[in-house]
Design a protein around this ligand. Structure first.
Ligand SMILES: N[C@@H](CCC[C@H](N)C(=O)O)C(=O)O
Length: 257
């Protein structure tokens, strides 16, 4: 089978995107997904995304990490909106389905603003916070972010603290301009990525919950670029959470499987 694919990136979190409205992709073939995401033997990406038809919304985003596992991807969601816009499936606003349910989003040029699910619980521990923003996230403040061996320490915490299911691991430090700097070890990629949308969302909420910021709009600098998270909060719960930033098409090609 020969198929057209597109490559997208959202603040350096990169994805192979396939229009699967005709049901062409063999979704059970995990080996194929990892091979397409392999940076030496394939196209290379942190994940693979299929856009499919949905009865309830404009489309379904089916997201796979580079190892073939599934979860919600915030940057992937933003890139899927940009891809759907490129394909002419949506105009400036959309609602689409993902593994955690319906998401509203808007697009203006290459900026995509994606509504995330509500967060009702943030587990606060002495040295870290844990919360689910569609994917599970451990958020830990560090003094020197540059010095952290994200892959080694992230893997140790991901497997050591969270067992078989695992968690994504985020390291964060305060920036002088009132923003936060963060780096993420991603479960399913099993490495540091340049950005993680659900991770950035988790960092923003954890910093607010800990009293590190009083603002309802939080700016996060990731190695791959800047993202903005805004939200409403009441009695320790967070709603109307939006993740905003660029999502760009990088190239297109043809692949055979
Ligand atoms: N890159 C993503 C997160 C993808 C899911 C994650 N690796 C997991 O398996 O939990 C994002 O932008 O949110």
């Amino acid at each position: 089978m020969k198929a057209e694919f597109y490559k997208y990136q959202g603040t350096g979190n990169d994805f192979v995107m396939i229009d699967n409205r005709q049901d062409i992709f063999p979704k059970n073939n995990t080996k194929l997904i990892s091979q397409l995401c392999d940076r030496r033997f394939g196209i290379g990406a942190d994940g693979l995304i299929l856009l499919e038809n949905d009865k309830l919304s404009d489309f379904i985003m089916v997201y796979y990490n580079s190892d073939g596992s599934q979860s919600l991807c915030g940057n992937g969601g933003r890139c899927a909106v940009a891809f759907a816009h490129f394909l002419g499936m949506i105009d400036k606003e959309t609602s689409f389905n993902a593994i955690d349910g319906l998401h509203y989003a808007s697009i203006d040029g290459d900026i995509v603003n994606l509504k995330m699910g509500n967060v009702d619980e943030v587990k606060e521990k002495p040295t870290y916070s844990f919360l689910d923003t569609g994917s599970p996230h451990h958020v830990q403040i560090v003094e020197d972010l540059e010095e952290v061996d994200v892959k080694r320490v992230g893997a140790k915490l991901r497997y050591g603290m969270y067992g078989k299911t695992g968690s994504n691991i985020n390291f964060v430090s305060e920036s002088k301009d009132g923003a936060f700097n963060a780096r993420t070890y991603e479960r399913g990629v099993e490495d540091e990525t340049l950005s993680c949308g659900t991770g950035v969302t988790a960092v923003a909420i954890a910093m607010h919950k800990m009293g590190k910021t009083e603002s309802n709009t939080v700016f996060i600098n990731m190695p791959g670029g800047k993202l903005t998270v805004s939200f409403d909060t009441q009695n320790g719960s967070y709603s109307n959470i939006f993740l905003k930033g660029p999502a760009k098409q990088v190239f297109k090609g043809e692949v055979e499987w």
